[in-house]
Design a protein around this ligand. Structure first.
Ligand code: URA
Length: 235
């Protein structure tokens, strides 16, 4: 059974820094399995843990999973010397958790981006064997034609020889469409649509493997995945 320090458990939730967690504990506001714990160094069993702060249940998980509504203009990277990254959008207590983006969106692409420090599960999610559908909304110069839908369904070979698996292209009317892919090749949506003569003007990821972007999240905002969403990830 894993045992962790009480201040670490609180900091792991991403809501408090280790320092603030120690202060919370010292002020007697934290209960573990019903008992008040005041020392940061007190070891706590994580199995069946009931953690409460000011009488309210706080969910502790071994790993942190966040859903972000990535804004345009920042890189899907952990750090960059010149440009803003998605990690720069997080508060210091979450930046300390060694979170990484799960897959990548282009600098100008918006929408659903998962961030986690659970490298193993992230890797599984990204593996082509997992067959995780990614759904994108695109605004394009032009309107999707029947032949474009067929070209996507047949699987396309791009001009540099990149072979794309069968994908679903749906027209949403003039200048708008939805694309569903099972893979994540470099600039794939943009390149596939460009090959049909319909360059992408705007791109947003709506969902990934059953997880849908929470439309209450403003651009640049994020929230932890709910227990239900974590169960979806487990498959
Ligand atoms: N396809 C693209 O072209 N860009 C993205 O950011 C994601 C998928």
């Amino acid at each position: 059974m894993a045992q962790l320090r009480a201040d670490k458990l609180l900091a792991d939730t991403g809501r408090w820094s280790r320092r603030d967690a120690k202060l919370l504990l010292r002020s007697g506001r934290v209960r573990v399995n019903g008992a008040v714990i005041v020392k940061g160094e007190t070891k706590v069993d994580t199995e069946g843990l009931i953690l409460e702060v000011d009488g309210e249940r706080v969910l502790w998980q071994r790993f942190t999973w966040l859903m972000m509504n990535k804004p345009a203009g920042c890189l899907t990277a952990t750090q960059d010397r010149r440009q803003k990254t998605v990690l720069d959008l997080l508060p210091p207590e979450l930046q300390r958790q060694e979170l990484r983006p799960v897959g990548r969106l282009d600098k100008d692409t918006e929408g659903l981006l998962l961030l986690t420090n659970d490298g193993e599960r992230a890797h599984r999610l990204l593996s082509p064997k997992s067959h995780v559908d990614k759904v994108y909304y695109a605004e394009i110069d032009g309107t999707v034609a029947e032949e474009d839908v067929r070209a996507f369904a047949d699987g396309m070979t791009l001009s540099d020889g990149t072979v794309c698996q069968s994908a679903v292209l749906e027209s949403l009317g003039e200048g708008k469409c939805q694309v569903t892919l099972r893979e994540g090749k470099f600039h794939q949506v943009k390149r596939m649509l460009a090959q049909c003569g319909k360059p992408v003007l705007y791109l947003k990821r709506l969902s990934m493997g059953g997880l849908t972007l929470d439309n209450r999240l403003q651009k640049g905002a994020f929230r932890p995945l709910t227990e239900q969403e974590l169960r979806i990830l487990e498959g």
